[in-house]
Design a binder for this molecule. Sequence first.
Ligand SMILES: Nc1ncnc2c1ncn2[C@@H]1O[C@H](COP(=O)(O)OP(=O)(O)OP(=O)(O)O)[C@@H](O)[C@H]1O
Ligand SMILES: [Mg+2]
Length: 263
Amino acid sequence: MGSATIEMHGVRRLYEQADLVDLIALDDIDLTIEPGTFVSIIGPSGCGKSTLLRLISGQESADAGRITVCGLTPKEAAEAKAFGFVPQSPALLPWLSVLGNVTLPHKVNRRSDRGRPDLEALLREVGLGESLHKLPAELSGGMKQRTAIVRAFGLRPDVLLLDEPFGALDEFTREALQEQLLELWEQTRATVVFVTHSISEAVRLSDKVVVMAPRPGRITDVIDIDLPRPRHQEIITSPEFHAYELKLRDSLRDAFSHGEVAS
Ligand SMILES: Nc1ncnc2c1ncn2[C@@H]1O[C@H](COP(=O)(O)OP(=O)(O)OP(=O)(O)O)[C@@H](O)[C@H]1O
Ligand SMILES: [Mg+2]
């Protein structure tokens, strides 16, 4: 399939609620994600970020509108093994080592058109060289996240979906992992959709930041981040970076107040 364009037009997703009107988790979502770009989604809790990822990856279907991934429906794209998914709390198999967890999907899901990447080398690159044979129970939260990210990259997906992968980490570990994620991405150039609650993380990583508001879940702003790459740690302190943080902060403040007004 190669690099994937993701297109969403008029997408709506409803959830039934007992004794209440349907909850509009997503309403009228129009979004085009260009192939090979890094797009972040940011917005208040409950605005539909995780729902959006589930729709793109074909785990759930939209109630109205159209989604295509490189011209295919999400379910077709999933069957073609287009997606790598890193959920909020990575599900690692407790009885398998770091290396075992990372190599497992490759064994059960071999894609004949892609060479097997050197997964051990990838694990070393993200600082897990000493931990290849450890079990998940022996890892810190950040080590588990890195294992899940390498596992997702391992199949060289066309689209990588990451749902707050660094949410539970301290600022410095987060920044180090951002650097490693960007390096992996530069090598593979997958299309990335990345959910975060961190303004600086969204600015650092993204080509485009999508701002969402809740009730109903919708897109309120799309901000292009026109900063040069590679974006190493130092960029965080530059005036240009700070200007984007302020711009995103303003937009997000509006999104939070929209949610309150509408509820
Ligand atoms: N399976 C489900 N059944 C019913 N309602 C759901 C379901 N999944 C999500 N919702 C509702 O849809 C809305 C959007 O949820 P979603 O998980 O997409 O939000 P989110 O933006 O990812 O929030 P957070 O930042 O807290 O992770 C919420 O109001 C949630 O309660
Ligand atoms: Mg979520």
